[in-house]
Design a protein around this ligand. Sequence first.
Ligand code: SF4
Length: 175
Amino acid sequence: MSASPVGGMVTTTVDNLANWGRKSSLWPALFGLACCAIEMMATGGARFDMARFGSEVFRASPRQADLMIVAGRVSAKMAPAVRQIYEQMPGPKWVIAMGACASCGGVFNNYAIVQGVDLIVPVDVYVAGCPPNPEALLEGFQILQKKIMAGVPNPPDPMSYAPEVVSDPNFGRTR
Ligand code: SF4
């Protein structure tokens, strides 16, 4: 957006206006997977006040959410459910991988934990830490807001380029 030096007039584009609205009202899907979710809940509380960024409205229905915060480790059994929530969210939509476990499996380097949620959903922002504190999640929010405002496209969907990884919802487990 730009303002006239003589005042009274603001010019912008439709894209800028839409992106401004999107980044100012990110509504996260209401779910948590492990200990990182406790920090995510704290971020929504009065002390950290996620409402400052327009993101305090956690929605219990994916149909009403445009942001997925993957807060915690994703077990192989949970992976299809996480993917289903993502698919049920209307676009445009974004994903934050919160913490080491969601980003790369963390300390759980074993067959039961998905070694990075970017194997099943496209991740826009990774937040480091075990767990990341609320300030770190808020920084992730602001990074995502800047990307949305700049019109940065979402990363490619892993379902489209690594079908051998995600086609088996049990990730090779037989039981
Ligand atoms: S990154 Fe640490 S705090 Fe977060 S889910 Fe994994 S073990 Fe728990």
